[in-house]
Write a protein of this length. Sequence first.
Lengths: 147, 111
Amino acid sequence: MMTRRHVLIVSATSTLACLAGMGRAHAWSSDLQEQQTFTQWMQETIDISTLQVSGAVIVNVPDIAENSQVVQLSVQMQTVCQRLLVCDKKSPQPLLVDYDFFHPVNCVKVRVVLPRTTDIVALAYSEGNWLMAQARVKVVSGCGGGG
Amino acid sequence: MDHDYRARANWRDGDVRVKLLINSPMEDGSRIDRATGLRIAENRIVEVGCRRNGEDIFRVRVSSSVSHNPFFLFDIADVQYGELLDVYWQTQAYEYTEITLVAQQQYDVRA
């Protein structure tokens, strides 16, 4: 026989399960939207048919950034590049800095604002190919547990 | 408006490391001053570049996501000792600043 206590427990459990599912769906949808934004931007900006992940380009970022207003990142290029795009993968406007090189440059460094934990993507154009490298930076506020 | 800056060019073994720190609030024109309720005017660096003997070495287009008082570092290959490098930057209001650096050996603690 169903008591009032049983009914309350079942209804509370099902409500919590629904809410948890909605949260996960929202997070998944948000991630998908960010991914679509970046992919769309990349398709509009570069020739992705020549895009390849390469070890010739190395992105150095701090693992944990405590001050989101000043995050120092550097990109090392072990090949001669003509152009370098540094992007924030989760931003609606991904492009952070756009370099044009007319002479060999080995390394660049810049300080940027990153409002959230994100992936920094470097796209370097070298000898007709786009080379890609990325690194994750965790942006925290306070003691480093969040982000 | 003049932007204060700090810049140097450290030469070592044929390469030169250019460091540039520009004093700029990097305001993108979207923030509102809480005290006055007025929008803060856009005031930011939009382009930085370097030339040698009139020829471009690099040119950087800077977005509004770059931190205030932006810092740039470049390791440029194949530069002779004592060469002159013209470094310039420009604001969104077309205020143009150009300085000349000499590629020299300088003592740098962090190098």
